[in-house]
Design a protein around this ligand. Structure first.
Ligand SMILES: [Fe+2]
Length: 201
């Protein structure tokens, strides 16, 4: 007998929506604008200017109706729009799973990267349509758009894994992905520089 207050779902089919942007039937969606990424880009001044200059949409997450509850297996499609802030590619906030469990990301469209960090070691996986990036338990993960088109991937993860975004603010991600002459430059992580917002006048 399940301890969950929510009864298990009945089997059902889930399909990719138009242009792989959504899952059908749809579930919850969220939008992350530049202002939602406070403290994440190394160049805080560039981040502040981007927020002031229209606060652009950086990425969206569209889920199926499968809930984030124990023993369920939710899915979502993330779309990261192309861009750089202070030379750093646009990216997701990144998170750690409070309950360490694995996850897979399947590349759908565009060119991206999957940055993984276990607190000591950082790994970078090149992502493209048809590539499955495997995230082992205990590795924080962030996705990055390294191309000129939207980068889109499907995530499938255990419903009880949870999302800890504060872990990344505290520990970083080991590397940063910047646009370089030959494509992607992975540089050692450094914390965000203090912004002008908190500076004395
Ligand atoms: Fe995750």
């Amino acid at each position: 007998m399940s301890r969950s207050a929510t009864p298990p779902l009945e089997p059902f089919a889930i399909r990719f929506g138009e242009s792989n942007q959504t899952l059908e039937p749809p579930g919850p969606t969220l939008q992350r604008r530049m202002s939602d990424l406070a403290g994440l880009f190394a160049d805080t001044g560039a981040w502040e200017r981007a927020v002031a200059d229209g606060d652009p949409l950086v990425y969206t997450v569209s889920s199926s109706p499968v809930p984030e509850t124990p023993r369920e297996l939710p899915q979502s499609i993330t779309t990261i729009y192309p861009g750089q802030t202070g030379g750093e590619f646009w990216m997701t906030k990144g998170h750690q799973h409070p309950d360490p469990q694995g996850e897979i990301y399947l590349g759908l469209d565009g060119r991206g990267g999957l940055l993984l960090f276990d607190g000591e070691r950082a790994q970078w996986l090149d992502m493209a349509p048809g590539v499955i990036g495997y995230i082992p338990p205990g590795w924080a993960h962030r996705s990055v758009n390294v191309g000129d088109e939207p980068y889109r991937f499907l995530a499938v993860y255990p419903g009880s894994a949870g999302h800890d975004y504060g872990w990344v603010l505290e520990h970083g991600m080991g590397l940063r992905a910047r646009r370089g002459a030959s494509g992607v430059d992975l540089v050692p992580y450094r914390a965000a520089e203090p912004g002008s917002a908190g500076a004395p006048h």
